[in-house]
Design a protein around this ligand. Structure first.
Ligand code: FES
Ligand SMILES: [Fe+2]
Length: 366
């Protein structure tokens, strides 16, 4: 494990009740040394959402993603098992696949080595007589994966110690809570990614409170019942929920659930629609947020109109969040700000997230 950054002071790692709490200090968001530390302590031991099994049903269906610190590939093999690998060729580390789709073999996009759906190396064009080369030991490296409630998660470092988030329990609890909505009957529709010039925690903090909705998202405030906006702190995750009082062009009426699973997975569940967000740290002051949209009905004319409107509205809200997050990052880096206080009424989930981080930083899993 890399050394703990010097800016991580013991006094900032103490557990504090919300009423007495201060936010995480600005240096946690602006110090370049935090990036490698967090990849090591927060992300590698954590389950990372890769996608929905509905995208991996037929032999050869595959999807690729860059989870924090690692390019990853999942594929349905000829026995209809889902395999997960690092998307890293054993020759000189090129990518063997890109995007999502269907194929019968993977051909590395650098020099064309060929791998089967089971990850075995099948063909090495023009390799010649390389001494001692054993094709059988040059298959793609696997990555630990787990499917729960139709979602596929991967994890980079296997650890025997609990990492704070038992993904099976969390997903079972979510599935029971959102009934009669179901995660299983959703069909993948679209992926959209946004790169934002802010630390990944700025984006997560922002996601975890509805406090900013009236100011930053006036259009969303008109739809959600802000007075009815509630939060729940749970073990390893949190929930914000609200009612959509009447159907709009983008949403059907009903309960809206916004789940955050520590450290970086968000499930936004509305009637007939699942939107997942995964926040990927790219540097201390830059992150990418990968949005996947799923719907129960992607075919009917009325569904298509509603989906178009959902995508348009989702993009508007995201642009608003990206703009405010970049402004907050500049504020944090200004030298004028150290720590702030949190709203007891509106920022319990932010506090919970920061307490989860403090716990990991105090006692990192190596
Ligand atoms: S890096 Fe894959 S074939 Fe060379
Ligand atoms: Fe927002």
């Amino acid at each position: 494990m890399i050394e703990r950054p010097r800016i991580l002071l013991d006094e900032h790692l103490q557990t504090t009740r919300l009423e007495r709490a201060w936010t995480a200090p600005a240096c946690w968001y602006t110090d370049p040394g935090m990036h490698a530390w967090e990849l090591d302590t927060v992300f590698r031991p954590a389950w990372q959402l890769l996608g929905h099994v509905g995208s991996l049903v037929n032999p050869g269906d595959f999807l690729v993603s860059d989870i924090a610190g690692a390019p990853v590939l999942a594929v349905c093999d000829r026995d209809q098992r889902i395999n997960s690998f690092y998307n890293v060729c054993r020759h000189r580390a090129g990518p063997v696949a890109a995007g999502r789709g269907q194929c019968s073999l993977f051909r590395c996009r650098y020099h064309g080595w060929v791998y089967g759906l089971d990850g075995t190396l099948r063909h090495t064009p023009e390799l010649g007589e390389v001494a001692g080369f054993n094709r059988g030991s040059h298959g793609l490296h696997g990555i630990e994966s787990h499917i729960t409630e139709s979602l596929l998660f991967v994890r980079q470092s296997n650890t025997n110690r609990a990492n704070g988030t038992d993904i099976d329990r969390v997903m079972r609890e979510i599935d029971a809570r959102i009934s009669p909505q179901q995660l299983g009957n959703q069909t993948f529709h679209t992926s959209v990614s946004y790169t934002i010039d802010c630390n990944w925690k700025v984006y997560v903090d922002n996601y975890l409170e509805g406090y900013h909705i009236p100011q930053v998202h006036p259009e969303l405030a008109d739809i959600l019942d802000y007075r009815d906006y509630k939060t729940e702190i749970l073990d390893g995750y949190s929930l914000q929920y609200s009612n959509i009082e009447s159907a709009t062009s983008a949403y059907s009426a009903g309960a809206a659930y916004y789940y955050f699973i520590f450290p970086n997975t968000m499930l936004n569940i509305l009637p007939g629609r699942l939107q997942t967000n995964v926040v990927i740290p790219l540097a201390h002051n830059r992150c990418r947020v990968d949005f996947d949209y799923y719907y129960t009905d992607t075919e009917s004319d009325s569904a298509r109109v509603q989906i178009d409107e959902d995508l348009r509205f989702g993009d508007l809200v995201q642009q608003q969040d990206g703009t405010i997050c970049e402004q907050v990052q500049r504020g944090l880096a200004s030298g004028s700000y150290e720590q702030g206080r949190l709203s007891v009424a509106r920022e319990a989930c932010v506090h919970h997230f920061q307490e989860c981080l403090r716990k990991v930083f105090r006692d990192p899993i190596g």
